[in-house]
Write a protein that binds this ligand. Structure first.
Ligand code: PEP
Length: 250
């Protein structure tokens, strides 16, 4: 199995020099990963510099967020078109931290469609804020998938990655249990099959939320996922190297 590992550096590190040094270390660790494809999503401002400094094949690049319009009067935004031009072939879309500042499922849907048009791989993030015994979170996830994938044709589903990131597990002390992720993966596939038919089975599913070297192996073995979206542990060179070794043993 070739796992997908998405390194979401978020708004880290603080300088271009530190980004280059984190990239050097990440690159070294990634080259040892025979069973994983590593996608680095640095702050967009560092992307062109990292991309042009890289001659290898092991690492691929992503953007943490991109606007669906090609260009226009959107102060402070970066478009998916610009990100592609800067070297990103993957796009994180609808991350919980973007949704928290107002991104809607409808915005997410437009970004997914634009990324596909640009031949970038959308990593569509979904996840509930809280869980309830009555299962309301399942309805919430169903709606995120229904709207987020509304304009995606079944034939394109194989080009989409879903990152299930329960908001309560992001930046938390502990990750979700692999058994619970397994159940969620079944639910996600069933939801997509209900709206898009059998091609829904080809969607790749990642888990994200407090993954590190201690829990990555179990999540990959037992969580019914094809990879991981990693926040904090990817912005620390030593932690990321340990994580990659754990994934190699999974
Ligand atoms: C994330 O923000 O996507 C994430 C998974 O963060 P962390 O690994 O720090 O929980």
């Amino acid at each position: 199995m070739q796992w997908l590992v998405v390194a979401n550096w978020k708004m880290n590190p603080g300088t271009a020099a530190a980004a280059l040094s984190l990239f050097e270390a990440t690159k070294k660790a990634s080259e040892k990963a025979r069973n994983a494809t590593i996608i680095i999503a640095p702050p967009a401002i560092f992307l062109p510099r990292l991309r042009t400094s890289y001659r290898g094949k092991k690492v691929q690049f992503g953007i943490q967020h991109g606007h669906f319009e090609h260009s226009g009067s959107y102060t402070g935004e970066i478009s998916l078109t610009q990100a592609k031009d800067a070297g990103a072939s993957w796009a994180i879309i609808g991350h919980a931290e973007r949704r928290a500042v107002g991104e809607t499922d409808e915005d997410v849907c437009k970004q997914v469609v634009r990324a596909l048009t640009l031949k970038m791989t959308p990593i569509l993030c979904i996840g509930e804020k809280v869980r309830s015994a009555s299962g309301d979170h399942l309805h919430f996830i169903k709606e995120q998938l229904r709207i987020g994938l509304a304009d995606v044709s079944p034939a394109k589903l194989g080009k989409i990655v879903i990152a299930y990131e329960p908001v309560w597990a992001i930046g938390a002390a502990e990750a979700m249990q692999p058994r619970d992720m397994h159940e969620m993966a079944i639910f996600i596939r069933k939801t997509i099959v209900d709206t898009h038919g059998k091609p829904g089975l080809s969607v790749k599913i990642l888990y994200g939320g407090s993954i590190d070297e201690t829990n990555a192996g179990a999540m990959l073995r037992e969580g019914d996922v094809q990879g991981l979206l990693v926040g904090r542990a990817s912005a620390d060179a030593a932690q990321f190297a340990h994580l990659v070794s754990a994934i190699e043993k999974a």
